[in-house]
Design a protein around this ligand. Sequence first.
Ligand code: AMP
Ligand code: ZN
Ligand code: FE
Ligand code: FE
Length: 345
Amino acid sequence: MVSFSYGNSRGKGILVDLFNSFPAFSRRVEGLTLDRASLIKLEFGLLIPPFLPNRVEMITMGYVDLHLHTTASDGVLNPSELVRYAKAKGLQAVAITDHDTIDGCEEGLSEGERIGFEVIPGIEIKHSTGSMHILGFFLDIHHPSLNERLKYLQRARAERNPKMVEKLKRLGVDITFEEVVKASGGGQVGRPHFANVLLEKKYVRSFQEAFDRFLKKGAPAYVDKFRFTSKEALHFINEAKGVGVLAHPNTLGMNGYSELEKLVLRLVEEGLQGIEVYYPEHSAADVAKYKTLAERHGLLVTGGTDYHGMEKNGLDIGVGRGEMKLPYSIVENLKTVRNRSLSGR
Ligand code: AMP
Ligand code: ZN
Ligand code: FE
Ligand code: FE
């Protein structure tokens, strides 16, 4: 479904497959790697056939997005804005999954209640080895041990961040901790905010260059910080009545199915209940592989865009690069599994 405006009138309709219907579209993008959705957004004003609307927005009526970041971590929209945006886009439910924090959940939940939109309180926890991320859904955000565990992570950040400022200063970068805090917009302070300051002060020409030259693991301003193991993360997610899911398995860098299966089986023993099968960086082959894995081991299938704000990486809420469509049944299945585990206690 797409919503469109034409002059002063607005409406909704079916998205026309522009590549097939209008070969001129394909010709215009030869040599470019634009995806379908952004092509529509970019090209509509220029190449629009007169009988089609002059502005088309991808709308995902009735779909869900279960991987989203807010200003509580490194997203662009605050929780209320995110929830209103999701509703305006026609989504049916979202999960707020900020890195290491549930600070955005309360606001997101109450805004959802106010405007009549389903919000799932969640989190994304990085495993101690880095490339593995664990998502937690339907958390009891007031659970004492969850909050206590998360304080650990906040303390680890609070200790690391000033050390990174010192390293940068020693590298000749004129930067203060206050500037980084300001860049964080009041939420949790992380390396992306360091990157933004470096970019703003023209020490680098791009966000990525800031990571490559200064901030990534092994780079001269990098400082390690405490992280939980998957076992610990899954334990406190489950304790807080949440459902633990392996995020975007493609970042694990495991090519073979059996290697991944072995890891997943270990995680299942630690309390894992699902796999994030749908993700913008997953190829069709990845999706098929992860789906098979989930099916074989009775695991939930989830998905989300990892939306941080369109301006950050061009991925939009609900649709990613235009290809995502995640049915509400994903949420229903999560609820079923959660209720089953809760009543089994
Ligand atoms: P932090 O938790 O403060 O260490 O920051 C982690 C965040 O930095 C990740 O969620 C990414 O958004 C970003 N990040 C980490 N490594 C890289 C990298 N090599 N290139 C770009 N962004 C990165
Ligand atoms: Zn992030
Ligand atoms: Fe992640
Ligand atoms: Fe994420």
